[in-house]
Design a protein around this ligand. Sequence first.
Ligand SMILES: [Zn+2]
Length: 395
Amino acid sequence: MNCVNDILRSIGKAGRNEDGSYTRACYSAEYFAAVDITEKLMREYGMETSRDAAGNLHGVLPGTEPGLKSIIIGSHLDTVPEGGLFDGAYGVAGGLEVVRRLKEEGRRPRHTIELYGFNAEESSPLGGTFGSRAVTGLVSPEQPGLAEALKSYGHTVEEIMGCRRDFSDAKCYLELHIEQGDYLFSEGQKIGVVSGIVGVIRYKVTALGHSNHAGTTMMKNRRDAMVAMARLITEADRRCRAIDDRLVLTVGTIKCWPGSENVIPGKVECSFEMRHMDKAKTDELIREIREIAENIATVEFEIVNMIDKGAVSCDAHLMDVICEAAEEAGESHVVMPSGAGHDANPMAHRVPIGMIFVPSKDGMSHCPEEWTDSEETAAGAEVLYRTVLALDAED
Ligand SMILES: [Zn+2]
């Protein structure tokens, strides 16, 4: 029997909105309701539990051979506003299902099994993957706005620095997650064996033209920042597609000055975000974007790097173990990169990571329509369980 779906729906009792979406903002009452439900299940399945100032929940099932390192499983319990049932909570439910089955089948693991329910993985004033960054010691005390944001949640920077743990006793980190893209769904594959998490590179691009009267300034004399930015965006989009199938570019924000119907825009600022596993591809794209910008004569462009989060690779051995587990479980599987960031990202800086994806219907996520069929969530949990058993047989 596979109960991951029952467990997931128990967690989903926290933060469920009337329209069927889920909202569990970091440090909110709804978030802690999910922590309460998860903690109760952890204890029921024999784990010792604790919480930290970062809002994380941690469960420990001691192994029979204390000299062996821990197998850590985790994901997040917070959601985006009006998100779906599966993002984050599914991975925690999968970890709980592993521990429940070990108990049900009377197996006592040799390695200690740990399970994290992380806080604040989604975007918030604390910055993404906050809970897992706190545990891995990757929160900088100088992070802009950190102290103020923490104060609003009743915490201090010092408390967060104290959440850092030692990973010398950890063998690996495993995360089960919905894909949040349409690759598995459209390919008809059941399991994604993640090869790594793509890098996220963000630039602030500003077009500086000249504001002027919208009625009296003839077209040939205009230095319209909006038109120039539009040209840059469409041309950059075209070049991005030509460089690589898996390279993505998103212009997700736009600000316009002075922002009036009857004034030619003098200044326009946009965010250009690009993602790929290979830094050479994003480097190539930004080089081409700079080139296009130089050839747009009506305005000056300023292109400033804001975020440069490197890609992380999954551990080759863990990928092999997951592939074998999927084969044993009789599930079709494919090796693929993750285009979305995860708690596994900070973890990868401290310990070998492995990630298992299941399909997202129509590639939808971060919305109420987010969906994965019960057989597919069960298959993912089965692969995670078999992976843990195989790793537990190793030293
Ligand atoms: Zn997630």
